[in-house]
Ligand binder design. Structure first.
Ligand SMILES: [Zn+2]
Length: 380
């Protein structure tokens, strides 16, 4: 099934989606546009406006002519809320926020379905496209996909998350949580000289936390996990005090914690709680932890049939091998696999996700669409 993806259509569809602004949490307009596109390519479409009315979930289904597995393409229609020049086309490139991450990939999934439905290709089971609007942290943490998989009871036999892994394939990624630690003492900030002797200083307490985190991070660096390397504690911000001779009453530390497949957010939380309890006890300060899951860790068996089908499809289309790699980025494959659905990542390669200048090429959109078509030919 190569040579059937339509470059012009892929280009125009991607541009049309990119032209609709859709920062995380505000994706209703692009969701309705994408739903209309899925209906146009022959899918039965549902737009779930509850329980996330500002980020409706779009689900398109194309049924095969005989029973078989349920195959899902997963994408997100939200973009990071970072300004970008207005969308435009320059030669083979489509520029604009979301072109790579990931409206171009969503256009590829729709184009694959269009090719199959318009050519009347026989296949078993059903092809489903799911598009969400609460993907990009910190505005979204996949609350909508979590709801879909765990409350609504959405299920499938296999899934392709249509981003990352363009010219190699992630077989594992870390889990990640955001970390916010507040070190505080009772009462208001006071003049340095009017504060009773022995009052614990939250900035000193925060320094102890920073040291403890650094020491633990060094311990973790001794263990290298397959594909993903060592787990990490990371601090990106520290804020405390507001005047040179005022005794502060709080200090805030912000960062990340990343963990390997097999570890869990629960274990990570327990480890953090123990580390902070020790500093709290030693300093007499109150220390609270706000640890929020971004995504769990992901891994797939290197011999999983879905992964093999992807690698064969890539080889059929490009002539090259799709090598397994580990990545640090977290994404939605973790949520599908946690729900028991075998999942791979694969999408078109683009530049500038979350950057100042974001673009994707028509050539890559065509290539990814053809890989999807080849995969479906092998699996359904
Ligand atoms: Zn993305």
């Amino acid at each position: 099934m190569t040579g059937l993806a339509d470059p012009t259509r892929l280009r125009d569809t991607t541009l049309a989606l990119v032209e609709i602004p859709s920062p995380t949490g505000d994706t209703a307009e692009v969701a309705h546009a994408y739903a209309a596109l899925l209906a146009e390519v022959g899918m039965e479409v549902e737009v779930l406006t509850e329980p996330f009315p500002k980020t409706p979930i779009v689900i398109g289904t194309l049924k095969g002519d005989r029973p078989g597995p349920r195959f899902v393409f997963s994408g997100h229609l939200d973009t990071v809320p970072i300004d970008h020049a207005p969308p435009y086309i320059d030669g083979d490139r489509i520029y604009g926020r979301g072109s790579t991450d990931m409206k171009g990939p969503c256009a590829c999934a729709a184009e694959a379905v269009r090719v199959i439905s318009s050519t009347g290709q026989s296949f078993s089971g059903e092809i489903v496209i799911v598009a969400i609007g609460l993907h990009e942290a910190p505005g979204g943490r996949g609350e909508d996909l979590t709801w879909l998989l765990h409350e609504r009871g959405f299920t499938a036999d296999m899934a392709v998350v249509c981003e990352l892994s363009a010219h190699d394939v992630a077989v594992a990624h870390m889990g990640q949580a955001t970390v916010e630690i507040t070190v505080s003492r009772p009462g208001d900030a006071t003049h340095e000289l009017r504060t009773p002797a022995g009052t614990p200083n939250p900035i000193h307490g925060a320094a102890r936390v920073v040291d403890a985190v650094k020491a633990r991070n060094e311990e973790l660096s001794a263990t290298t996990y397959p594909w993903v390397g060592p787990e990490t504690y990371f601090i990106g911000e520290i804020h405390g005090g507001d005047f040179y001779n005022r005794f502060p009453n709080s200090c805030r530390i912000v960062g990340t914690r990343r963990w390997a497949p097999g570890n869990t957010i629960e274990a990570v939380r327990a480890e953090y709680d123990a580390l902070l309890a020790k500093v709290a006890e030693e300093t007499g300060l109150e220390i609270t932890l706000d640890l929020k899951l971004v995504r769990g860790a992901y891994s797939i068996d290197e011999n999983a049939p879905l992964l093999k089908a992807l690698q064969e499809a890539y080889k059929d289309v490009t002539g090259d091998d799709l090598k397994p790699v580990g990545i640090k980025t977290v994404a939605d494959g973790a949520m599908f696999s946690a729900a028991g659905i075998p999942t791979v990542y694969h999408g078109p390669f683009g530049e500038g996700a979350h950057g100042d200048v974001e673009y994707i090429t028509v050539g890559e959109l065509v290539r990814a669409t053809e890989v999807y078509l080849s995969m479906i030919g092998k699996l359904l």
